[in-house]
Design a protein around this ligand. Structure first.
Ligand code: ADP
Ligand code: MG
Length: 576
């Protein structure tokens, strides 16, 4: 479901500008439903679950009404606790970023009242406070209620639970009759209803259904995977499932970075989202994912929160979440709106306990399954290819290049042989470059682990397995080889029907590299490596990237090396 933008809610431009600066992308459902009628002046009863953005739903229309040139309290917000009052006041300041003359103040018990009185004397527009202290100020005359046009009761149910009924009633009775009253809370009860009846004026009730905490309809399985095998297993899953949009969840920012880099190195078009990604970039990443330009998003829970993408068809829990609720949120990103969805979780060792907790929380079993082997993945890819061929044969739409076909036949080749040769070529193009993982062969893995443990104790340090990746951060040039060349990595290859000439053409024409500055070109299934003269490498990346080749977007960067035993494993014929 595409959401309404903030700019459609009828808010004044300084508020939409503030929201923009704050980085909220789209209004939450309660904000969409409550802001327009609140702006029109209706009384509102707003009910939605905790964390659904109720604060902005009442603060924004309240701010929209404030006349900042009148230094008189115009908005009163009642909160049950000091913490909440401070929190709401902070949100007011954030949302009023582009209303520099706005004065808002939190007033709560336990703080020196004299100082609060001085602040009030200087003139404030908006007051947030706990009922007891607010009443105290009214009694002392330090808070003038005569120009209050908006009163908001945040978490009215909790205020009643805390025994503030009398204070609240006394407060409300002292406000001008001609005012707007809004009641916001997560739940409704008899006490709140009575309060609304007494102090509300034909309020509009807006109730947002709690997001279903069920993931029953989603096909969920899990694999026991060691950390160091995770990337290979993700690759196998992606090759088999071929999702249109997939999300991979990690528990840490570092995990997101490592996972994204490793997937990119394998030629998958992945992007990342975590707390250290600047807002501008973050928005671009989300847009590209939503539009399907990038089909794989690696994210942390926090970064993915509030991300409104609902047609994800595969979720991979690269790390099992700490909190079972996060599991539900992650998995709930797939299978929406009646679509089928699949979620695959990795666990290892002690994670097994957390998996049990998740199963208890969601009240279902998550079947443990065997990781598909490389042969199974290839078999699957081959079968898919055969299916495509069969489908074509059934439609009968293969009336292409028959002059070449006739040529082959006139050379004496049988139609069946030609078909077999074509199939062989196609099958080679689906050949994936996987790596063996310990999980493929448990007995062998055990033996190797023992050997590794032995080696680790060797004084020559030879037992150290070293890093899986060569250590160099993205974007930094590597040392040139003895011919003064460095390798560039393109995340497109034979699978995208790219030929060496395409890459050479791009570098000479688009990137304007001089003749003779491009060296060997290695083509792989999903990526390519191109040698260029070190002094032109930066230019090649800056000018050569960002476009399309054969209709495919691609990425180019310095080659950062491959996982051990991965890219170098095959005997590849370099081409000029
Ligand atoms: P509630 O009062 O319903 O429990 P809050 O108003 O405290 O929820 O909001 C929960 C969190 O969501 C806050 O951190 C808030 O800044 C954030 N938030 C609110 N509205 C949006 C939005 N439209 N987009 C992104 N984050 C939002
Ligand atoms: Mg709240």
């Amino acid at each position: 479901m595409e959401s309404v933008p903030f700019s459609d809610l009828g808010l004044p431009p300084e508020l939409t500008a503030g929201i923009e600066a704050l980085g909220y992308e789209v209004p939450s459902p309660i904000q969409v439903a409550a802001i327009p009628p609140a702006l029109e002046g209706s009384d509102i009863v707003g009910l939605s679950e905790t964390g659904s953005g109720k604060t902005a739903a009442f603060v924004l229309p309240a701010l929209a009404k404030i006349r900042t040139n009148r230094f008189q309290p115009q908005v009163l917000i009642l909160c049950p606790t000091r913490e909440l009052a401070v929190q709401v006041c902070e949100e007011v300041h954030k949302l009023a970023l582009k209303m520099p003359s706005l004065n808002a103040v939190p007033l709560y018990g336990g703080a020196p009242i004299q100082r609060q009185m001085q602040v009030l004397k200087r003139g404030v527009h908006l007051v947030v406070g706990t009922p007891g202290r607010l009443l105290d100020h009214l009694r002392r005359g330090s808070l003038d209620p005569s120009e209050i046009t908006t009163c908001i009761l945040d978490e009215a149910d909790r205020m009643l639970d805390m025994g503030f009924r009398e204070e609240m009633e006394e407060l409300l009775a002292q406000l001008p009759q001609e005012r707007q009253t809004m009641f916001f809370s997560a739940t409704m009860n008899r006490g709140v209803k009575a309060l609304i009846e007494k102090f509300g004026n034909e309020p509009e009730t807006i109730e947002i259904e709690r997001q279903q905490l069920t993931v029953e309809s989603i096909d969920q399985i899990c694999f026991e995977v060691r950390n160091r095998s995770k990337i290979e297993v993700v690759s196998r899953i992606l090759d088999i499932e071929q999702p249109r949009l997939a999300m991979v969840f990690c528990n840490t920012k570092k995990g997101v970075d490592e996972c994204t880099d490793a997937l990119l190195a394998r030629g998958y078009g992945a992007d990342r989202l975590h707390g250290d990604i600047a807002q501008m970039l973050r928005e671009r990443v989300i847009r590209r994912f939503r539009e399907g330009t990038v089909d794989l998003l690696v994210a942390t829970d926090v970064a993915a929160r509030g991300l409104d993408v609902d047609n994800v068809d595969l979720v991979i829990n690269y790390d099992l979440p700490q909190d079972p609720e996060d599991y539900v949120h992650r998995v709930g990103r797939t299978g929406r709106a009646g679509r089928s969805g699949k979620a695959i979780s990795f666990y290892f060792g002690r994670d097994a306990y957390r998996l049990k907790t998740i199963e208890r929380f969601t009240n279902q079993q998550i079947p443990r399954q065997k990781i598909p082997t490389q042969n199974e993945v290839s078999g699957h890819l081959n079968r898919q290819l055969f299916d495509v061929v069969r489908e074509r044969l059934e439609i009968g739409d293969f009336d292409v290049a028959d002059t070449h076909l006739n040529e082959l036949r006139s050379e004496g080749h049988e139609a069946a042989d030609i078909a077999a040769a074509v199939m062989a070529i196609l099958l080679e193009s689906t050949d994936r470059e996987g790596e063996e993982i310990a999980e493929d062969n448990p007995a062998k893995a055990r033996k190797e682990r023992k050997k590794r443990d032995r080696d680790r104790e060797r004084p020559d340090g030879k037992g150290d397995r070293g890093k899986r990746f060569r250590e160099r951060p993205a974007g930094e040039p590597p040392e040139p080889d003895q011919n003064g060349m460095v390798k560039l990595f393109f995340n497109i290859g034979k699978a995208q029907r790219i030929q060496p000439g395409d890459l050479a053409g791009l570098l000479h024409n688009e990137a304007e590299l001089p003749r003779g500055s491009v060296g060997r070109i290695h083509m792989s299934h999903k990526h390519s490596l191109v040698e260029v003269k070190a002094e032109h490498a930066k230019q090649a990346i800056e000018k050569g990237g960002g476009g399309k080749l054969r209709g495919k977007s691609f990425r180019v960067d310095y080659d950062r090396g491959a996982p051990k035993g991965h890219r170098d494993k095959k005997n590849r014929k370099p081409r000029r």
